[in-house]
Structures are given as C-alpha cells and as structure tokens.
Design a protein around this ligand. Structure first.
Ligand SMILES: Nc1ncnc2c1ncn2[C@@H]1O[C@H](COP(=O)(O)OP(=O)(O)OP(=O)(O)O)[C@@H](O)[C@H]1O
Length: 333
C-alpha cells in the first residue's frame, strides 16, 4: 500500500457566529458552525483522491485545512508525518511550496494587472526555483506543459477564456514543483466541454509528474473519471472512503447510496441536481446527535441517534461509518 503523504487526524474546524446583543443579554452561549467534526482521512503519495458531498458538508474547509489556509481547532493535519501546525520558518515555506492549492475562481487568484509572464516569474522567484537567467525558458516550459501557446506569456488574464485561465493557475501551481495539488472545485465554473479538457490535462499531469492530487468537487462524473479513491463527506464528517470503482459499484453508506442515486444523468448536457436524500439537511450549527445522517436515513434505528458510528472496514481498502452491519468491536479509525 502506498504511503500516506498528507493526513487529517480527527480534524475539527468551527466558525464562531457573531453573538447578537439579545443573545448576550439573555446569557445565551456563543454558537458556531461546526464545519468539520473529527475528520480522519489519508492522502497517499501519487494518488488522486476525490472528495465529494453536498454543498456545505465541509469539502472546501477540509481542503483549506489540508494546505493550512485554515488552522484546525481539534486534531491535526500531518505532512510527511509532521504536524503542519508546528512548522515555522523554512519548514513552513517548504510546506507552502510542496502543497499547492488551485482555486475555482481564476479571476480572484490571478492578478489582473500582471501578464502571465510576470505571474509565473513571481512564483519562480519567490521560491528561487531557477536561476534568474533560466526564468524565460522555464516559463516557456510551463506554458507548454499546460498546452498554452508561448505568446500567452505577454497577455493579461482577462485576455483568456475560463479554461485557459485555469491552465494558467495550474502552471503557476506547478512552477514551484509541488508534490501535492489540492484542487477545490477546479472546473465547476466552466462549460461542460471545457471541464473535460481541464480535467484530462490534470489527469495527464498527475501521471507524468507523479503528483498527488486532492480533487474536491460535487460533480460525481468528473470525480469518477479522475480519482483513484473517493471520500464522501456529510455534515462535516467523512462517512465513506473506497477505491473509485468500489465506491460507485458497491456503496455501503446510505448517504453515499442516496448521493449516487441523486446524481445527474450521465448526459453531459444535463446539469440538473436533485437533493441527495429526503428531508432537510440539518444545520451545521446544531448537527444531530449520533450519526449525522440519522435524521434522513431510510434505515435509521435506535442506535443511530444515540451513538456516533466510526469508520470501519467494509472490504479491501473500503471503510464506512454506519451502524448497519458494522462490525461492533472493530477498532475505531
Ligand atoms: N469562513 C467561514 N466563516 C463562516 N462559516 C463558514 C466559513 N467557511 C465555511 N463556512 C461554513 O462551513 C460549512 C462548510 O462549508 P464548506 O464551504 O467547507 O462546504 P462545501 O462542502 O465546500 O460547500 P460548497 O460545495 O457549497 O462549496 C458551511 O455551513 C459554511 O457556511
């Protein structure tokens, strides 16, 4: 089995809510959005790990914790076995270089006043990736790597289409020779035809450069196409992780089953999305006790609201957090 390069171990992240005057006068305690509650997940060297789940389940928060854009409130994130919260100075800079995030919105992350050459030169110089004299050649190599023409270097981001801007974002991330790319909804804002091109480019780069990729998306078709393994999140928790084919052919968690059932048809023109399960998604401010899915689960029984299910083995490399047919005495992960 491949080594874990990046891990979340019991990671929790809360976002405190502003306390109103009436709350304070009434002595009501401060409340918070529990975006992540005890998330445990490993990212293995050289794999593409897909992370899926309904809007608001904590995918982006987890991605940001993995690259340390958020500090965690509980648990820890490790990189190469070291708690990333303990990294300072040169070690922190090395982590920032080796673990890169690519964002959904290239408008927001590419400086509109800089040319592509300036954007890439800045990334190359900040981390002193190549001698100054080598920068022009390296920029040409990076543009070729993401299949942009060499004259792209002297244009500004607004001169490009959405898909091309995402290629610039990928080139910038690759300029610092990362080990891990965390892509958060990389292609959600793009047209379906362009999505496939950018995802196929990422797939090719992942294999060619032996990158480790965390691919956060709500589009199950894309996740299935690109991922070696898939983690399913619900209300701030990971509820199932399995190799891609296993997850899609033999989902064990009732939430995963509902999510796959509700997925839009494989017709690429169809972007319709149904709710993944009956009933309302509970508020992450007050998640239900026990299994987070118990209020919507068609199989819930008395143990479900009473006891939090841990991830337990369901087959080779396959875990799910569900009391149904869960081996009772298996150790919690
Ligand atoms: N900076 C923040 N401040 C307050 N609440 C936040 C913040 N970031 C996320 N949240 C809340 O945390 C919860 C999880 O959000 P997150 O964006 O991680 O989910 P997501 O699965 O990525 O959703 P989406 O697919 O819509 O991006 C949501 O209830 C969200 O409103």
């Amino acid at each position: 089995m491949t080594e874990a390069i990046l891990t979340a171990e019991g990671v929790s992240k809360d976002f405190p809510l502003p306390r109103s005057l009436s709350d304070r006068l009434a002595g009501r305690p401060a409340r918070a959005v529990h975006a992540l509650s005890g998330v445990t997940l490993e990212v293995r060297r050289g794999e593409t790990l897909g992370i899926v789940g309904e809007s608001g389940c904590g995918k982006s928060t987890l991605a940001r914790c993995l690259v340390r854009l958020h500090e965690v409130d509980g648990g820890r994130v490790t990189y190469g076995g070291t708690d990333v919260a303990t990294l300072t100075g040169a070690e922190r800079r090395a982590f920032n270089r080796r673990v890169q995030m690519i964002f959904q919105d290239p408008y927001g992350s590419l400086n509109p006043r800089m040319t592509v050459r300036q954007i890439l030169a800045e990334a190359l110089s900040v981390h002193r990736m190549v001698p100054t004299a080598r920068i022009p050649d390296r920029i040409a190599e990076l543009l070729a790597l993401v299949r942009l023409p060499s004259d792209a270097a002297d244009r500004h981001p607004h001169a490009f289409s959405g898909g091309q801007r995402q290629r610039i974002g990928i080139a910038r991330a690759l300029s610092v020779e990362p080990e891990v790319l965390v892509a958060d909804e990389l292609v959600s804002a793009l047209d379906v035809s362009v999505q496939a091109q950018v995802v196929n480019l990422l797939l090719e780069l992942q294999e060619r450069l032996r990158l480790t990729v965390v691919f956060v998306a709500h589009d199950l078709r894309l996740v299935r196409h690109i991922s070696h393994r898939v983690a399913v999140m619900y209300l701030g928790k990971v509820v199932e992780v399995a190799p891609t084919a296993t997850l899609f052919d033999d989902p064990r968690h009732p939430y995963t089953q509902a999510l796959l059932h509700a997925a839009p048809s494989l017709d690429p023109g169809s972007r319709s999305r149904r709710a993944a399960a009956r009933g309302e998604l509970p508020s992450p401010i007050a998640p239900p006790p026990g299994c987070p899915f118990n209020t919507r689960c068609p199989h819930a029984f008395d143990r479900c609201p009473a006891e939090v299910p841990f991830l337990t083995s369901r087959g080779p490399d396959h875990v799910a957090a569900c009391h149904l047919a869960a081996p009772r005495f298996e150790s919690a992960r």
